[in-house]
Ligand binder design. Structure first.
Ligand code: 4AZ
Length: 821
């Protein structure tokens, strides 16, 4: 058996209305917490799962101020003494000057709210000599104050109280010994006391420190503890840790010696002592998640349908017994005004397995909802809490530091006004992309990628199946649910994708956790449950995104370990079912290939062409996201007389950018300086496992001389690195690409018919490509021009090709040029 305790704590709701204290701040029914803090920074944290206390209930409660604001709580234990926590006053091992602090009393005083609060200066702060930090214990402080009443302050706080259960030492240690988030555990020390619940949700938090934990015994309230610390707030299996007061009786008596009257330590009555066994023999009961369980994907027990007269149904999610989260944009015209919607009485919420519709008591839009898409959220409070069971059951919400692992299994779910999407449910299945990919695809150029633990700017699903031809996802809102250890989290929200593709970047919900907790006082925020980082490891070194062009990201390539050697822009182009050419994705709907491979000389018919992306060999990887498209047109540039070397293939529909289908950047001309370059192709056109052969691009003069001026303008020559020459075969017309110093991959050329060493440069066709494709990603020009205006007189006598091997020829040529100076 254990005691039930009341814990009064100060809370941080701040009124924007001067004098609100006098009017209504102390009446919970008149003044709601979200009314009190709009337009002000959100409190970082607060007591969780509590409720407004009645004025006058906790007359000993004090608030300790520094710099004009509440920092910690405390309790009045004698006329000029306040008990609080040491960590409130010690910074980096140094006690802060008493003069900076003040004691604020009487926020909810026995005399009633109109008598207001009083401020007292602090005369001295006393901390035990052995205090070194909260985790080492002795987190106790005594504050002596001078009586210095001032005018009543319009304090707008609503003091919170929450009933907690004192946990026995063994039960508490059992919970804290179990690795929780970030694998952290904690060893309780003598003089510490735990109170809370294994299932969490009701707890103290930052700002409550120093406040009293009181227990009623024999009609009197005793202070049992001082709010000290904990791991987070309201987390499962992480109860609050308090400094036990009793062990500090002697210290307290010693400090306040001579004060009249001093603190009272009445002895516990013998009946109580015998009647209440020490709650140390409790079993170790670990709480399991209560949110986020679904019988099967798609049958969501938290799916709430909000019915507003005159509007289409709006889908949201149940986040606690009494609160539904939904897009604020479902309620236009009702979120801008401070007044509750006039027709709120007629609003209804349908929940799974509930026979009747629920009625709505309140609508609380996010304060940024009207201008920030990432905050397009509103909370609806139900008139009566619902019984949670298999259904309805709330979805889990992530804490701000939640890191959804790359590869997490996710699902799109209805959100807001959603049009039904025809087709298989598997179209809603998704796998999460890594933060680097997601951030660099949609974030800003050169930005550093947020490390795990920092809320990302976006959260990106990659879809299991790419075949969505003919289905448009326009005008639909979606939420992204991600699963960890069988538990579903609401990970992101997204409205209105700008094209017909499925939504690709979601606004993360992590950042909204504190707001949701604050408003609902008990939403199901759940710790991260999956910590297997996979091949990416715990690599947290700062990464930055390679340059983007005005059209967005291009040329991003994930670490080979993640993709089994995928090249996101490498396409297999199947021509008339008989040969395979190499193609390169240059925009979501366009592939560039060598004309000679696509179109047979003399043939007059346009062949049937299919394009495959996301393949790494003829037998696809089990995890690969294959994308296939038909080619609906072949575009060639106008070339006087000559057959143009490059062809653009228009795909039947766009592809969704992902690690298996992403456009490459295009090189505007010249030879890229400082880049490493590769010929990318297949060794064997049958198995088509991509291979890259390292090459150097020769300077225009060397190239020109080596081929004695016979090359068409815009031809690039390469020299293979030792032993790389035979790595890929040439019949499929492989591309020449380089990775720039900044990390982007750029396409420089496509192989010229029958040659291993000569490539048609992309640069000279920039205008044609840009005009045809619209969103081709040309990088800014760099390097030197790739063609020399002067003639063959720059070259040494006719010797270059004489020796048979290009390597030997080049060597001779270089030697001659050097001697010539
Ligand atoms: C704090 O930071 C703090 N949930 C106080 C109490 C708890 C956690 C943190 C317990 O002052």
């Amino acid at each position: 058996m254990s005691q039930h305790l009341l814990l009064p704590l100060a809370i941080l709701a701040i009124s924007p209305i001067p004098g609100a204290f006098q009017d209504s701040a102390l009446s919970p029914t008149q003044k709601e917490p979200e009314d009190l803090d709009c337009g002000r920074p959100e409190p970082s944290a607060r007591i969780m799962g509590g409720s407004d206390s009645q004025p006058g209930t906790w007359p000993w409660q004090v608030s300790l101020h520094q710099g004009g604001g509440h920092i910690c709580g405390g309790s009045l234990i004698a006329p000029s003494w306040v008990l609080s926590a040491a960590h409130c006053f010690v910074t980096n091992g140094t006690l802060e000057p008493a003069a900076e602090w003040s004691v604020v009393l009487g926020v909810h005083s026995q005399d009633g709210p109109l008598d207001g609060a009083h401020v007292r200066a602090v005369a001295a702060i006393l901390v035990p000599d052995n205090y070194s930090g909260v985790e080492s214990g002795a987190d106790v402080a005594l504050i002596s104050s001078l009586v210095l009443p001032t005018d009543p302050l319009p304090l707008p706080w609503v003091l919170q109280e929450v009933e907690l259960r004192v946990l026995g030492e063994a039960a508490c240690q059992c919970l804290y010994s179990r690795p929780g988030p970030f694998n952290l555990t904690f060893q309780l020390l003598p003089g510490m006391l735990c109170a809370g619940y294994p299932e969490g949700r009701r707890d103290t938090c930052q700002g409550d420190s120093g406040g009293p934990l009181v227990c009623k015994e024999g009609g009197r309230w005793f202070q049992a503890g001082i709010t000290s610390f904990g791991f987070g707030c309201g987390r499962r299996n992480r109860p609050g840790v308090f400094t036990a007061v009793a062990p500090y009786e002697a210290w307290i008596r010693e400090q306040v010696l001579g004060s009249e009257p001093g603190p009272a330590f009445p002895t516990q009555s013998p009946e109580l002592q015998s009647g209440l066994p020490e709650p140390t023999d409790e079993n170790c009961t670990i709480a399991l998640p209560e949110c986020g369980k679904a019988p099967r994907p798609g049958a969501w027990p938290w799916e709430a349908q909000v019915l507003v007269p005159g509007s289409r149904p709006c889908y949201g999610a149940l986040v606690s017994e009494s609160w539904v989260l939904a897009p604020a944009s479902c309620f236009p015209g009702r979120i801008s005004s401070d007044l509750p919607p006039r027709d709120l009485d007629n609003w209804r919420v349908m929940l799974p397995s509930r026979p009747r519709a629920e009625r709505v008591a309140r609508l609380v839009p996010h304060e940024n909802a009207s201008w920030d898409d990432a905050s397009n959220l509103a909370l609806l409070q139900l008139r009566a809490p619902v019984n949670l069971s298999v259904a309805p059951r709330p979805v889990c919400l992530p804490h701000p530091e939640h890191y959804f692992l790359p590869g997490s299994r996710c699902r799109l779910a209805r959100w807001g006004h959603t049009e039904p999407v025809p087709g298989a449910g598997s179209l809603l299945e998704a796998e999460l992309l890594g933060v680097w990919w997601c951030h660099c695809l949609y974030g800003r150029q050169g930005e550093s990628v947020p490390p795990p633990g920092e809320p990302p700017l976006a959260i990106c699903p990659a879809y299991q199946e790419e075949e969505v031809a003919g289905r448009c996802w326009n005008y639909s809102h979606w939420s992204l649910l991600c699963r960890e250890e069988g538990t579903w989290f609401l990970a992101g929200i997204r409205d209105l994708p700008s094209d017909c593709l499925r939504p690709r970047a979601f606004y993360p919900l992590q950042t909204h956790g504190p707001w949701i907790s604050h408003v609902t006082r008990g939403a199901y925020l759940e710790d991260q449950l999956a910590w297997d980082w996979g091949p990416e490891g715990e690599e947290t070194e700062t990464q930055t995104c390679p340059p983007h062009t005005e059209h967005g990201a291009c040329g991003l390539r994930p670490e080979p370990a993640l993709t089994g050697g995928l090249w996101p822009w490498l396409a297999e182009v199947h021509v008339a079912g008989e040969r395979v050419c190499t193609g390169i994705l240059v925009a979501p709907g366009w592939v560039l290939a060598a004309t000679h491979c696509i179109l047979r000389l003399g043939s007059t018919t346009v062949p049937y062409i299919e394009v495959y992306l996301g393949r790494a060999g003829a037998s696809p990887l089990p995890q690969s996201h294959q994308v296939s498209r038909l080619v609906i047109s072949i575009r060639l540039p106008r070339h006087l007389g000559l057959r143009p070397p490059l062809a653009l293939l228009e795909l039947s529909s766009r592809v969704e950018p992902s690690p298996s289908a992403l456009p490459i950047c295009l090189h505007p001309g010249g030879t890229p300086l400082g880049a490493s370059c590769w010929v990318l192709g297949w060794k064997d056109p049958q198995d088509r496992v991509p291979v890259a052969a390292a090459v150097s691009i020769l300077t225009p003069r060397l190239c020109h001389c080596l081929y004695q001026g016979i090359l068409p303008p815009g031809t690039l020559c390469v020299l293979y690195a030792e032993g790389q020459e035979d790595r890929c075969e040439v019949t499929s017309a492989p591309p020449l690409l380089c990775q720039t110093e900044e990390g982007s991959w750029v396409l420089v050329g496509m192989a010229i018919r029958g040659s291993r060493d000569l490539f048609a440069a992309i640069g000279p066709e920039e205008t044609w490509i840009s005009q045809t494709v619209g969103e081709a990603h040309f990088l800014h020009p760099s390097g030197f021009p790739h063609w020399l205006p002067e003639g063959g007189d720059l070259c040494p006598p006719d010797m270059a090709r004489a020796s048979g091997s290009p390597r030997a020829a080049l060597f001779l040529l270089l030697l001659t040029l050097l001697i010539q100076g």
